[in-house]
Design a protein around this ligand. Sequence first.
Ligand code: GRF
Length: 196
Amino acid sequence: MKLIPLGILGSGKGSNCRAILESIRSGALAAEVRVVISDVFDAPILDIAREFSIPNAYLTPGKFHTRLEPQAEAELVRMLREANVELVVLAGFMRILKSPMLEEFPRRIVNIHPSLLPKFPGLEAWRQALEAGEKITGCTVHYVDEQIDHGRVIGQREVPILPNDTPETLHARIQIAERELYPAVIAAFARKYQAS
Ligand code: GRF
């Protein structure tokens, strides 16, 4: 079977990365994670990669806080190319990608965001939705472009906001929805890849 080669980038906990790896292990997702890369040396996402025996690497991000230094971004392209990655999956990667990543992987970088985009881009989107008095929020998988949480929407899942929700309870339910949505969206990419 032809497996779509994935590269996963993350800065934190890695629950989406784990969901993708578990989905592959269960046979629901015809993909192969070639590499997991983090800009945070001790990020739990790298431990998850090790647990699943997936090649993993720390990428030194350089001096900026919200993006990679040009040299670091060039190194990232090199690592992903070397691993023959077809689809780049952002799973809690806290840096904006620019050139050369966007040119090297056109419409082949996806991200997951904890709101129904275009509503509530940016940080703590669940808190933004709660404070805005929304009745429904959710999560979105979208293509990555040069703006934050902005590119074309690929898939969404709704999550109702309950009367007693706190930011924490709401966030937890959104994350459950994320762990279903992301593998399902990637499975659609995998089917197209198989047919290509
Ligand atoms: C997710 O909630 C995702 O929506 C956001 O970052 C978080 C990453 O969580 N982009 P995890 O590292 O996958 O647990």
